[in-house]
Design a protein around this ligand. Structure first.
Ligand code: SAM
Length: 280
């Protein structure tokens, strides 16, 4: 069988394209994984070499750049990932927002899940908002969810999930917000449909974090497990941009294993190891 091989020069060219487009640095240790994913794509396209594939990506009219990015991004996620942060959200951040806007006639909570992958994170936020704000029906909850990968956004809009996405959910949340699919086409059978009618709406948008996001005034931004793929300049750029989307007093949550220590920012670390920052 003929195996498509990639030269160092071709791998380097693909690395550079991915970095320029998304800020993601593909490490040499990820080469085998990347090549395996792309071989599939080359087969679908009927291409015989990575040289031909590079030519195709470089033609804007081909639309292949978007599919290349889709094939290469890592989209690992699940509901209620880093549960300590959801605990902090329910017990500190939401009460803080409630107090701050208690005199508003039509109070609004604006939330952004930046790099939302297949939707588990923004839907977890929507569920948490529902649980907290159900006692406060005056509140209007607005949730944006964005990603550079257009395929994961399509998946997210369907809101149908496999068991492995559900492991972090309590029996109560499963029962309240999900239904098991039984009478469905094969690929959906045994999966769980999120009952979107029970939670605030989530608006999914295609967005690259290297560009400014036009929706401002966010109270809460989740930017978790994405900057782990960035080098310092890309991390600096994304942090500086995202910071502008927060209201003064608003919160940025990165994951609990990340830090902004090496970055210039006016955000204040709330508590060591929590991944929670606040705009002064
Ligand atoms: C590992 S997932 C994180 C999902 C979720 N935030 C979580 O913590 O579970 C990383 C996501 O970042 C997205 N991503 C990478 N670079 C991006 C960029 N420049 N702009 C927007 N999204 C990006 C990827 O497509 C992927 O879906």
């Amino acid at each position: 069988m003929h195996l498509l091989t990639i030269s160092d020069k071709e791998f380097h060219a693909l690395q550079e394209i991915m970095y320029r487009v998304s800020g993601v640095r593909l490490l040499p240790t990820k080469k085998a994984l990347m090549v395996a994913r792309l071989r599939k794509r080359l087969k679908e396209l009927g291409l015989g070499s990575f040289e031909e594939y590079l030519e195709l990506i470089r033609q804007p009219a081909s639309g292949e750049l978007e599919l290349f990015v889709n094939a290469i991004t890592t989209n690992e996620t699940f509901f209620y990932r880093h549960p300590e942060q959801f605990y902090f959200l329910m017990n500190k951040i939401f009460p803080y927002c409630l107090e701050r806007k208690k005199n508003d006639a039509s109070p609004e909570l604006r939330v952004w899940s930046a790099a939302c992958a297949t939707g588990e994170e923004p839907y977890s936020l929507a569920i948490a908002c529902q649980e907290f704000f159900k006692m406060h029906p005056k509140w209007n909850i607005i949730i944006y969810a964005t990603d550079i990968n257009s395929a994961v956004l399509d998946f997210a809009k369907e809101a149908v999930y496999a068991e492995r996405s559900m492991v972090g959910l309590s029996p109560y949340l499963r029962g309240e917000y999900f239904e098991r699919l039984a009478e469905e086409p094969d690929y959906k059978r045994g999966r769980f449909r999120l009952r979107k009618e029970k939670i605030p709406p989530v608006t999914f948008l295609h967005h690259n974090l290297l560009n400014p996001f036009p929706y401002l005034g966010m109270d809460i931004i989740f930017l978790r497990n994405v900057m782990i793929y960035y080098d310092k300049p890309a991390k600096q750029k994304v942090t500086s941009l995202v910071e502008k989307n927060l209201v003064p007093g608003g919160f940025l949550l990165i994951s609990m294993t990340e830090t902004l220590q090496d970055i210039h920012t006016n955000l204040r670390y709330i508590q060591s190891g929590s991944g929670v920052y606040q705009k002064g």
